[in-house]
Design a protein around this ligand. Structure first.
Ligand code: 8OZ
Length: 377
């Protein structure tokens, strides 16, 4: 037990759902665009296994359906060869003593016709094009960023089908791909976040308008997943103020407090919060007030939510240790530092220097910048 003389550290075990994790450091979900034809490879397995000393690995965002795809060479969770590829990843991670959740992705409007089934328009709560780019790879294998396509608005009658897509994906994620759990991607301006925020959701039916309506579809997805595999194997990621992918809402505080209050009864394993602009400024704000993350957590706890509280974005060793020691956070997820330091847990424990991530090899490419960062030994 923690006491004043023995404060909780990043290196102490923590319970998440039914799992006892060996430390409080998580690998944040990181898109790497190295899954040709949406299938994870042997390199994917090596990459995650190299990082298996994290208490929890959260995979890169993984499309639940072809319609949920928005980028070249990102993995999926809907075709047999994708599930088989992931099975090799999870077997290898488990053999190394790690625990791994898959991040469930539907990009909504952050896509391009050429990536969609039949070359159709991407789908969204409303037919509003995002001022955002996606990543495509041309026939010669050259990658580049391109404007997202104009989406079409989903009919209300189509939404149960998307809920079923999530259900099917999580069943397969657990039974076939061998994941320990799933993380619902409700962050960074993708489909579920598009429903949450007023600037991307102009619907006039029960899925748009006031906060209760805008949280309805993301909540329906979460409920279906919990019904399918249980709350203890389900986490969710939110990013209340991020401007990523043109995500925008003038009043995020009551919106996200209402959302976590509504999630509280589901018994989720964790809530994962991106604080600030994803990959950028921690003090980024939308609306006229700074976002109060402690109030967000209080809202969840007051509503009976008992899941672990995972924080992310720009955490240094000192910030992370302080967040855990104060009791504010149960785990801290690291992104860029984990790209460049497969043995990040050891380096943080020993306060060893960190390798610098090479931004040129973040998205796409070969094993360079993926599986070839050096460890301390
Ligand atoms: C960077 C590049 C492409 C996708 C996210 C899944 O922001 C992503 C992503 C990040 O959540």
């Amino acid at each position: 037990m923690a006491s004043l003389s023995n404060p909780v550290t990043l290196f102490d075990p923590v319970t998440v759902g039914d799992l006892t994790l060996s430390n409080r450091i998580a690998l944040a979900p990181l898109t790497r665009n190295r899954a040709p034809h949406a299938v994870p490879t042997a390199a994917t397995a090596l990459y995650y296994t190299q990082r298996a000393t994290a208490g929890l690995l959260i995979t890169e965002a993984t499309a639940i359906t072809h319609q949920g795809q928005g980028y070249a060479d990102v993995p999926g969770l809907y075709a047999p060869e994708q599930l088989a590829g992931w099975r090799k990843v999870t077997d290898s991670v488990h053999e190394a003593g790690g625990r791994i959740f898959v991040q469930l992705w539907h990009v909504g409007r952050i896509s391009h016709n050429t990536l969609q089934p039949g070359g159709q328009a991407p789908v969204a709560p409303s037919a509003i094009r995002a001022k955002a780019k996606t990543y495509l790879i041309d026939a010669d294998g050259n990658g580049g960023f391109t404007e997202t396509s104009e989406p079409r608005a989903l009919e209300a009658a189509e939404l149960p089908g998307i809920v079923e897509d999530y259900r099917k994906a999580v069943r397969a994620a657990i039974d076939t791909a061998g994941f320990d759990g799933v993380e619902i991607h409700a962050a960074n301006g993708y489909l579920l976040d598009q429903f949450l925020r007023s600037d991307s959701n102009h619907r006039t039916d029960e899925y748009g308008g006031g906060i209760e309506n805008r949280i309805r579809f993301p909540l329906a997805v979460a409920k279906a997943i919990v019904d399918e595999i249980g709350g203890k194997r389900t986490g969710i990621r939110i990013s209340p103020v991020t401007p990523a992918n043109d995500a925008s809402d003038p009043d995020p505080q009551p919106l996200f407090e209402a959302f976590v209050r509504a999630l509280a009864p589901l018994g989720l394993a964790y809530i994962h919060v991106v604080e600030g602009a994803t990959g950028g400024a921690r003090d980024y704000r939308q609306g006229d007030k700074p976002f109060d993350y402690a109030a967000l957590k209080d809202a969840y706890r007051q509503a009976g939510g008992e899941g672990a509280w995972i924080v992310n974005n720009g955490y240094t060793r000192e910030l992370a240790q302080a967040a855990v020691e104060s009791g504010y956070a149960d785990l801290v997820a690291f992104g860029k530092p984990f790209i460049a330091n497969p043995d990040l847990v050891r380096r943080l424990r020993e306060n060893a220097p960190l390798n610098t991530p090479d931004t040129a090899t973040f998205y796409g490419g070969d094993d360079h910048g993926y599986t070839d960062y050096p460890t301390l030994d």
